[in-house]
Design a protein around this ligand. Structure first.
Ligand code: SAM
Length: 290
């Protein structure tokens, strides 16, 4: 296939259409074909899968997805990119292009429409070079929607990927690590330097793959309460967990009750949120609810 993404082709396409990069949409286009190969192969995408892409840009990654998967659905917010995509991707008949804000898309409906058109898929995988200004909302919306998605493989800021993968006690460990690890098993697949993009982003990037659990290894009786406790626990990192929980809005536990719940966990009243694992937060929520 003639690759859309290499530096010379990307510049030609941009000139041909007089395209102006929009900073507000986080437009940094990939121009390294090795990185595109890597994203596609590490995502596990197979020939009977559906790929859902957020932000195709000029189609650099979309093309790889189209030759690998049964079908691709790509959601792009910038209407100026639609005529360009219509041209760069014209040879591929298994791509559905949608002009919309991904955060407003009904994902279940999108998938149902693809199943009606293409038949059942073995796996449904989200694969994208994400716009960095909304990385976390996009990923958390998908995870919290409980939509049937098998995996998410995305390029994101390196520091956000590090936070998603972090373990208790590390400086990157926080509410985001716990939220992502509750729903999925994350691992960083590759680091991608700034010179692989046009224009160059200010930050380094990583490709992370999240394999979404069908059966969550951590069970909780009250998911909402557990996440409130997690948010409280990392709201002010220097405070003890007891003090963070007493002062956090929406929670109404007495100091004694919190100390008692921690003692049931075998933890001191001086402990901070960053020392607890996901399993321990789940148990703490259970003890506090009693
Ligand atoms: N996939 C292309 C590539 O790798 O070269 C472009 C990646 S660029 C980092 C992010 C893309 O997401 C841009 O095309 C941008 O216009 C699009 N985008 C930004 N916000 C979006 C949103 N809310 N919904 C859908 N697409 C969005």
């Amino acid at each position: 296939m003639t690759k859309i993404a290499n530096p010379a082709n990307t510049i030609d396409i941009i000139k041909k259409y007089d395209f102006n990069f929009q900073k507000k949409f986080g437009q940094n286009f990939l121009i390294d074909t090795h990185v595109l190969d890597k994203i596609c192969s590490e995502s596990g995408l197979g020939k009977n899968d559906l790929a859902i892409e957020i932000g195709p840009g000029i189609g650099a990654l979309t093309q790889y997805l189209a030759v690998t998967a049964k079908a691709v659905v790509s959601v792009e917010i910038d209407k100026n990119l639609l005529p360009i995509l219509g041209d760069t991707l014209k040879d591929y008949k298994n791509i559905e292009l949608i002009n919309a804000d991904f955060l407003k898309v009904d994902l279940e409906k999108l998938i149902d429409e693809c199943i009606q058109k293409y038949g059942e898929f073995d796996n449904i995988r989200i694969i994208a070079n994400l716009p960095y200004y909304i990385t976390t909302p996009i990923i958390m919306n998908v995870l919290e929607s409980h939509t049937h998605i098998d995996s998410i493989t995305v390029m994101i800021q390196k520091e956000v990927a590090d936070r998603m993968q972090a373990a208790p006690g590390s400086k990157n460990y926080g509410a985001l690590s716990l939220a992502v690890q509750y729903y999925s098993d994350p691992y960083v697949v590759a680091f991608v330097p700034q010179n692989c993009f046009i224009p160059r982003p200010k930050v380094g990037s990583s490709v992370i793959r999240l394999d979404i659990y069908k059966d969550k290894p951590i069970k909780t009786v009250n998911e909402k309460l557990m996440f409130q406790i997690i948010r409280a626990g990392f709201n002010q990192r220097r405070k003890t967990l007891v003090n963070s929980l007493i002062n956090f809005e929406g929670l109404q536990f007495s100091k004694n009750k919190i100390i008692h719940a921690l003692s049931l966990l075998g933890k001191s009243e001086k402990i901070r949120g960053e020392a607890l694992s996901l399993d321990e937060f789940a148990q703490l929520a259970e003890y506090l609810q009693e």
